[in-house]
Design a protein around this ligand. Structure first.
Ligand code: OOG
Ligand code: MG
Length: 260
């Protein structure tokens, strides 16, 4: 039996409030039998609240598509979340980390969706461009601790993203080197191979998993493939760069509450 609507709305409201006030909340006590469909219903309700405030849906993100990420957070299932225009940070631009609880940053690869995707569509027929990217994540739960339904409900910790320069999908995407730099120091290294063996599979998983919840990738949307490396805590004042071999870089700087 699905979770009662009142419970879905109340959890969405709590998560929304936690994000808006940058105040961590305890992990929810789910009713017995609650499953990932219920958690996606909470995520949808949480997104509806953002859209009601004038935000626009601009794409989806995949999460936990690499072992490094699964191990870091102790959840080993691929998940997906929603991206809105308000989460976008211009390449090289400031990220307001003073408005976040315990921000982390991770290197990503972004896909541009060239046309509405249907079930079974393949990467090459739908994705028209690829870009290096960064994702800012910020679990709304205390200590960044969560279960699978918790993190799905919390829109997979999505907090912000940067998209670097777009380019046509290169012939080989399956084994490109990935670096994360903070203040010029390399803090994570990996390969796009870590993303489900080939980041194009993240597209297949988006079509399949979001499709299960009745959500289809739309023309003009973005899709983040999921980080190839673990995420790193982001302190105010830091300069961050993701470097993806052949694709280039995406950058941000972390602006603190005092603007420093
Ligand atoms: C969940 C979000 C995971 C990724 O790229 O794997 C994610 C989290 O780590 O809090 O965005
Ligand atoms: Mg991510």
């Amino acid at each position: 039996m699905p979770l009662p609507q009142a419970e879905v709305s109340s959890l969405a409201a709590q998560l929304d409030e936690a994000a808006r006030t940058a105040t961590a909340m305890p992990q929810p006590r789910w009713s017995p039998g609650a499953d990932t469909d219920d958690a996606y219903a909470v995520q949808a309700a949480l997104t509806e609240r953002r859209l009601a405030r004038g935000e626009r849906l601009v794409g989806l993100k995949m999460g936990l598509t690499s072992r490094a990420k699964m191990v870091q957070v102790g959840v080993s299932e691929v998940i997906w979340g929603r991206l809105t225009d308000r989460m976008r940070i211009p390449d090289g631009g400031p990220a307001d980390v003073g408005a976040l609880i315990h921000p982390r940053v991770e290197p990503e690869v972004a896909f541009l969706i060239g046309r509405d995707a249907r079930p079974g569509d393949d990467f090459a027929s739908v994705v028209t461009a690829v870009a290096p990217a960064l994702e800012l994540i910020d679990s709304r739960y205390a200590d960044f601790r969560f279960s699978l339904p918790d993190v799905i409900a919390d829109n997979t910790s999505a907090a912000g993203f940067v998209i670097g320069p777009w380019q046509p999908p290169p012939a080989g995407l399956a084994n490109l080197g990935v670096l994360l730099e903070i203040d010029g120091r390399v803090v994570q290294t990996g390969s796009t191979a870590a993303i489900l063996g080939d980041p194009r599979r993240a597209f297949d998983e988006a079509v399949r998993l979001a499709g299960r919840q009745g959500v289809r990738l739309r023309e003009g949307w973005l899709l983040l493939a999921g980080a190839a490396t673990a995420a790193v805590p982001l302190a105010p004042g830091s300069q961050v760069r993701a470097v993806v071999e052949e694709l280039g870089t995406a950058a941000l700087w972390a602006k603190g509450a005092d603007g420093a």
